[in-house]
Design a protein around this ligand. Structure first.
Ligand code: SF4
Ligand code: SF4
Length: 472
């Protein structure tokens, strides 16, 4: 019986057939070959939906304004019918923490599946590769074009490719900045040549960034620049699904005729066709084992499955497999680490949803005046406060101020305080409170300012403070 080799201990060189260097090893440009398959369809569906969301969401309007807009000038962030303010930035921090935990959970379960299917760098790289194919042809034609001397044909193809890349980059720049500046005005400005504005600068900056990353740097970003690529390796355990070649089944690799009894010749299922390397966007050979360059896109699975189909061998020589299942062991029913991450994500999502639902749309902050107290002309003690009031709704609101105090507190507002605030407006409202009746309290009375809706008296926000007396 052949010995089972853990995937991370796979030999770096083939055990049969002529060893070939991969583009990742030689540093040659990577020209991927076209392929089809179920994982490619999944990637198209996931990445395509995310791209549609990215390009489309900023064009949605609601209540006469852009539905999703981070309005930096007005310092408010609209997400459909909710408006968030700088004071709500803790919610954004919470969202980032949840996203990080969700990424940990996904990584523990299925390795770099995020990189292969949803990461913008991969998505745009696949889109740029598609543009390359449309303008310069498939893999062999592109390799030939690379080697050919400059001619009108080569110049025309290269111009078309870079033109398409630049158009895609510009569209990306407009879509991205369109979440910070109203996208309709921005697009009109760019298309009418108003390029010397701050918004246009950022559109071109993001466009150039996209062109460089997806057009030129591509896999180098994933391999050398992305921090996730560095730390994800430590999150793998023996049950993490990773794109893996099964050496027990595949080796010894080597070419053969379809009808041949290859096992009698000591060969495994790998026909050494090199297709898995030719489709790989990072130019590696998955048969060399788990590598940091692998973005888990499963292109090699699709390519290899098509070869297995042609040879009438079972699919899955390359597959999503864990180190444990590859070693022939059963996968555990429970994975405490994964369960912990998933539970944490669910709990945090619930807490965040409740916080967003329950957040106050009127904010009040009470600051006591530095002068502890004074006496008015009638000899009553007066305390002065500053109420920092904010209207976080997206329309004007009318408020009045009331007090809640102990039954025998005897506190009264010096006058009626009614105020109207525009959407997002913040005011500092000085408020005087008088103690009319003399107090049973010694030193201080705790009480609460209640901000009420002017129309129906509904309490919208509260802020606590104390009323201070002279010591006797
Ligand atoms: S080895 Fe396979 S899964 Fe990994 S990047 Fe290459 S094609 Fe994608
Ligand atoms: S595609 Fe499959 S059969 Fe062909 S070289 Fe790769 S692993 Fe072997």
């Amino acid at each position: 019986m052949s010995e089972t080799i853990p995937v991370h201990l796979l030999p770096a060189t083939p055990t049969a057939g002529k060893a070939r260097k991969t583009p990742a090893q030689t540093g040659e440009p990577i020209h991927t070959r076209s392929f089809t398959g179920r994982f490619r369809n999944w990637r198209l569906a996931v990445a395509g939906s995310l791209a549609v969301l990215f390009f489309g969401t900023s064009w949605l309007n609601m209540e006469g304004r852009q539905a999703v807009l981070w309005d930096l000038g007005e310092r408010k962030f609209h997400v459909f019918n909710a408006t968030f303010w700088p004071q709500d930035l803790t919610l954004l921090s919470a969202l980032l923490i949840i996203s990080a935990f969700a990424l940990f959970a996904v990584t523990v379960y299925a390795g770099r599946i995020w990189c292969g299917y949803a990461c913008p760098q991969s998505t745009w790289t696949w889109a740029f590769m598609w543009a390359e194919k449309v303008t310069e042809g498939d893999r062999l034609q592109r390799i030939k074009l690379d080697k050919a001397p400059w001619s009108f044909n080569k110049l025309a193809k290269r111009t078309a490719k870079h033109g398409l890349w630049l158009a895609m980059s510009l569209a990306t720049g407009i879509a991205f900045i369109g979440y910070f500046v109203p996208v309709r005005e921005l697009t009109a400005d760019i298309l009418t040549g108003q390029w010397f504005t701050a918004s246009a600068f950022w559109v071109f900056f993001i466009g150039l960034f996209t062109y460089g990353n997806a057009g030129w740097l591509r896999e180098k970003v994933c391999v050398h620049m992305c921090p996730y690529a560095r730390f994800q390796a430590v999150m793998y355990d023996k049950d993490t699904l990773a794109v893996s070649y099964n050496p027990t089944r595949g080796e010894n690799r080597g070419s053969r005729k379809k009808e041949e009894d290859y096992q009698a010749k000591g060969l495994g299922d790998c026909v050494d066709c090199y297709l898995c390397v030719q489709v790989c966007p990072t130019g590696i050979d998955i048969r060399d084992g788990l590598q940091i360059d692998c973005i888990g896109c499963a292109a090699c699975i699709d390519a290899c499955d098509s070869v297995m189909d042609k040879m009438d061998y079972p699919r899955g020589l390359i597959s999503y497999a864990s180190e444990r299942t590859l070693a022939g062991e059963a996968a555990p029913r429970f994975r405490p680490r994964l369960l912990g991450y998933v539970t944490a994500v669910i709990l945090m999502c619930g807490a965040l949803a409740f916080t967003v639902y329950d957040r106050e749309l009127t904010a009040v902050n009470v600051i006591k005046d530095r002068t502890l107290y004074r006496k008015n002309s009638e000899g009553h003690i007066v305390n002065v406060y500053r109420l920092k009031l904010m209207n976080k709704t997206h329309e004007a609101a009318h408020y009045h101020i009331a007090l809640r105090q102990p039954d025998d507190g005897g506190l009264q507002l010096q006058r009626q305080y009614r105020i109207t605030l525009a959407s997002g407006e913040i005011v500092d409202l000085p408020v005087s409170v008088v103690q009319q009746n003399g107090s049973l309290y010694q030193g201080a009375i705790p009480f609460t300012f209640v901000v009420q809706n002017n129309a129906d008296g509904k309490a919208l926000a509260e802020g606590s403070s104390t009323f201070v007396f002279p010591t006797r």
